[in-house]
Design a protein around this ligand. Structure first.
Ligand SMILES: Nc1ncnc2c1ncn2[C@@H]1O[C@H](COP(=O)(O)OP(=O)(O)OP(=O)(O)O)[C@@H](O)[C@H]1O
Ligand SMILES: [Mg+2]
Length: 306
């Protein structure tokens, strides 16, 4: 089932100067995926979240969340969503007091609140005043707040904005854990595509309020001929290189230490892996590592397509 469906949705702001934040936008988010809502600044990501939450009413078109219209059934829809806003506002109390309060409002047992504090790694800061939290820990607090009440859908608006690389990685790892542990639907709004690489399996690309592409991340990388890299450890890199170079989807080979860095058209991953694991291969392959997909390249191609 699709959890979120936008059907020709238009949202207009302003009277004298009209801004179409969403322009006939149609997309759907299937259940239990981690989806990236991807697009440059001002493309309509936050507006889409506010429409999903029922904070805004579309000018035209139809929105369905859990099969309901969020503008009409706002409370029953919101109850099932955990929302990390782009610019959260917190009271200046302790982390614990704040989260206990959220728990109380949601009718959640205090043990559940404690569990979420552990889950997001805020135990040490439990009795800290929120005012004293660093940005990375504020984001964790935002995630904790969103997770209380057992949501079926998580909306995370720029969850890694303004974080240093380490905190960014920690937050992304945390989202990855949530995906594994909770098996819920997560939508992450971001303008940074590589961030989605490890967590997302579905992407909606939006630009100037229009949906340019929506689908499985893998299908999009295929469609746009995005490249991907494998690092292969082997007993004889040169010999392996001479075998692999014959394949037309191979875009580059480099001998590095005891292995080969192979750049291929990502649509042909399976073909490469079949060769590398074939019993007829005359060199010993110790290890195969998928290094990266050039998501920056996908982003560039999507921006050009729009
Ligand atoms: N309340 C509002 N009043 C007027 N214009 C608005 C309002 N909210 C959003 N907009 C405009 O709608 C457009 C889409 O904004 P939105 O916040 O959804 O973009 P976004 O993709 O979240 O951008 P960012 O990456 O900068 O967060 C922008 O042009 C923005 O200025
Ligand atoms: Mg935004």
């Amino acid at each position: 089932m699709d959890i979120v469906v936008f059907d020709n949705v238009t949202k207009i702001f302003g009277k004298s100067k009209v801004i179409k934040a969403l322009d006939n936008a149609s997309f759907r988010i299937p259940s239990k995926v981690v989806a990236g809502l991807l697009g440059p600044n001002g493309s309509g990501k936050t507006t889409s979240f506010k429409l999903i939450m029922g904070f805004l009413k579309p000018n035209s078109g139809k929105i369905s969340v859990f099969g309901k219209d969020p503008w009409i059934d706002e409370y029953s829809v919101r109850r099932r969503i955990g929302y990390l806003p782009e610019k959260p506002v917190y009271p200046y109390v302790s982390v614990y007091k704040f989260l206990k309060h959220i728990g109380k409002m949601q009718g959640v047992d205090i043990r559940e609140v404690e569990r979420i504090i552990r889950l997001v790694g805020l135990e040490e800061y439990k009795f800290f005043n929120i005012r004293g939290l660093s940005r990375g820990y504020l984001q964790r607090l935002g995630l904790a707040q969103a997770l209380i009440g057992d949501p079926e859908l998580l909306l995370l608006d720029e969850p890694t904005a303004n974080l240093d690389p380490l905190s960014r990685k920690q937050i992304l790892d945390l989202i990855k854990d949530l995906k594994k542990e909770l098996g819920i639907t997560i939508i992450i709004a971001t303008h940074i595509l590589p961030e989605l690489q490890e967590v997302a399996d579905y992407v909606v690309y939006i630009n100037k309020g229009r949906i340019i592409e929506a689908g499985k991340l893998e299908d999009l990388t295929h469609k746009y001929f995005v490249h991907t890299y494998y690092y292969v450890e082997t007993s004889d890199p040169r010999k392996l290189a001479s075998r692999i170079i014959m394949e037309e989807y191979v875009r580059g080979i480099e001998v590095r230490d005891n292995g080969l860095l192979i750049k291929i058209n990502s649509a042909y991953k399976e073909d490469l892996l079949n060769i590398l694991t074939s019993s007829e291969l005359s060199v010993y392959v110790k290890n195969i590592k998928h290094v990266t997909t050039e998501l920056g390249e996908l982003y560039e191609k999507l921006s050009r397509a729009s």
